[in-house]
Design a protein around this ligand. Structure first.
Ligand SMILES: [Zn+2]
Length: 506
């Protein structure tokens, strides 16, 4: 176009100068650190009226201990009068080679590369206060050889709806172990370390053994507040939104607020690098030994979060943290916190991306929608595996999804499984971890793939409804099947039974 080119160029030049100045100003200003958004309406609503757990923990890396002062305010929600409160103290399973789930023939050398190392939990005091009464010493005993079932005898009736305050003081001794609870090469994993109330199901407190196969923990949502005192220089990662403040003698206190979570886990390290971003109000943080790995893990986790947000409904918590640990079994999920095994990080590539996608999916299927991983382990593992296929399709397209489904799911249907175990079998039916992985993860996912096919690709819609209905609750297989029938107007229990309860003789 003709006309007054001089002015146009002048204007363009001025604009360039202004833009340049703006850009300089933007570059000069340090970008603010990403932060967690406020708790969403859904999370706030879920947290109202829940039991509370407060933990004051002092970490001593030299003594290899954590001193814990834990106060639990518990309401009797069992519907019947109780004379007993039952908590699980899983850390105690690490006391001896006989009881440690990490000391089986299959795992011993992986988890104890320098030989067996004991850990556990020693009580300093246990006190309780019943409604209207004063605090008094609690009488307790362990109900199992491994000392993981803590039975507190109550001095009077604990009536339905009444509140009981339990104050436990104990010391955790952290074993040298590459496991959920253990330290290796300066990374301290404190998973299933703190005492946790045992759910009361069908007229009894659950007292399942802490075995080596699967994740044998059933837990309910509570509001956690935790303060961890650690020496300066340690990164203290945990479930929930955290703040730090200086304490006396070079110590730092990290405080966590974690509403409506079914467990609380920590991962403490000194030599790790971190990477962080905020996405839709969720603060994503990764700790890994190498900065490159932290950035890679952050990218995978952010992608997985976005994928599942879109497919199943918004991530329920304000934070999600991934921590590298020498966990030999791939990854381990806790609410808003996941341990990622170093071996998988070293392997990198698709193996690592698939692991992260599976683990992040557990925030929907385990952390938010709780189920029973002892008796129906497929209900979180197969769903996490199906979510991985969804993730793979979002990232790489339909053909890539089909190839991955073939490699993981279809292949698992053709492998010979020596025993008559099915995805619906309880954990103690499985002979080893390989068999458990093939059957529960991948044959379990086959049930969901078959269902998705029969529903013309409609399973994601159902999963969104399942998440919406049961987030923060503990669901059963019957809940899953009943909602599925209601959602589709069809009874899918014969199909599910074919896959989940029928032995495939290949
Ligand atoms: Zn899993």
């Amino acid at each position: 176009m003709a006309g007054r080119p001089g002015r146009v160029w002048l204007a363009a030049g001025l604009a360039a100068v202004v833009c340049g100045a703006l850009a300089l100003a933007l570059f000069a200003r340090p970008s603010p650190a990403p932060v967690a958004g406020p708790p969403g309406e859904r999370l706030l609503a879920a947290s109202r009226g829940l039991d509370t757990v407060d933990i004051q923990a002092a970490f001593d890396p030299v003594g290899r201990t954590v001193d814990v002062d834990q106060t639990l305010t518990l309401q009797n929600r069992t519907g019947v009068t109780q004379r007993l409160a039952v908590l699980r103290t899983y850390a105690n399973a690490m006391r001896s080679e006989d009881d440690s789930p990490a000391a089986t023939d299959e795992l011993h050398d992986l988890c104890y590369p320098e030989g067996f190392s004991p850990g556990g939990l020693t009580f300093r005091s246990a006190r309780l206060q019943m409604a209207g009464g004063s605090e008094q010493g609690a009488t307790y005993a362990f109900g199992d050889d491994a000392h993981t079932v803590l039975r507190v005898t109550l001095p009077g009736d604990w009536l339905p709806g009444e509140t009981l305050i339990l104050r436990l003081r104990y010391t955790l001794a952290v074993p040298r172990a590459a496991y959920r609870f253990g330290e290796t090469d300066g990374i301290w994993a404190l998973g299933n370390a703190f005492a946790i109330p045992s759910p009361y199901v069908d007229g009894a407190y659950l007292d399942d053994a802490y075995g080596s196969i699967g994740d044998p923990f059933v837990s309910e949502c509570r509001n956690y507040t935790v303060a961890v005192t650690a020496p300066e220089g340690y990164a203290v990662a945990g479930t929930g939104v955290s703040t730090t403040e200086a304490a006396a003698e070079g110590a730092v206190i990290t405080r966590f607020a974690a509403p409506a979570v079914r467990d609380f886990a920590l991962c403490i390290s000194r030599e790790t690098r971190s990477a962080q971003t905020a996405q839709n109000g969720v603060l994503l943080t990764v700790y890994a030994r190498a900065a490159d790995d932290a950035r890679t893990l952050l990218r995978y986790a952010a992608q997985a979060l976005a994928c599942y947000d879109a497919r199943y409904g918004a991530y329920p918590y304000q934070t999600l943290t991934l921590c590298e640990a020498d966990f030999p079994l791939g990854g381990m999920e806790y609410p808003a916190l996941t341990l990622i095994g170093s071996a998988k990080i070293k392997a990198g590539g698709e193996t690592l991306e698939q692991l992260v996608a599976h683990e992040v999916a557990h925030q929907w299927w385990y952390a938010a929608v709780g189920s029973d991983p002892v008796r129906q382990a497929w209900q979180d593992e197969a769903l996490a595996q199906f979510s991985l296929l969804d993730y793979w399709e979002t990232r790489y397209g339909r053909d890539a999804r089909d190839s991955l489904q073939y490699a993981l799911v279809d292949t698992a249907m053709r492998l010979t499984i020596p025993q008559g175990v099915t995805p619906g079998s309880p954990l103690d039916y499985f002979g080893d971890l390989t068999e458990y992985g093939i059957v529960v993860y991948n044959r379990g996912a086959a049930a969901l793939c078959a269902l998705d096919l029969a529903m013309n690709g409609g399973l994601d819609g159902f999963l969104a409804s399942y998440y919406d209905t049961y987030a923060f609750a503990l669901t059963t297989r019957a809940d899953f099947e009943t909602l599925l029938a209601r959602y589709t107007g069809e009874d899918w229990s014969p199909l599910l039974s074919d896959y989940l309860d029928t032995y495939v003789d290949s």
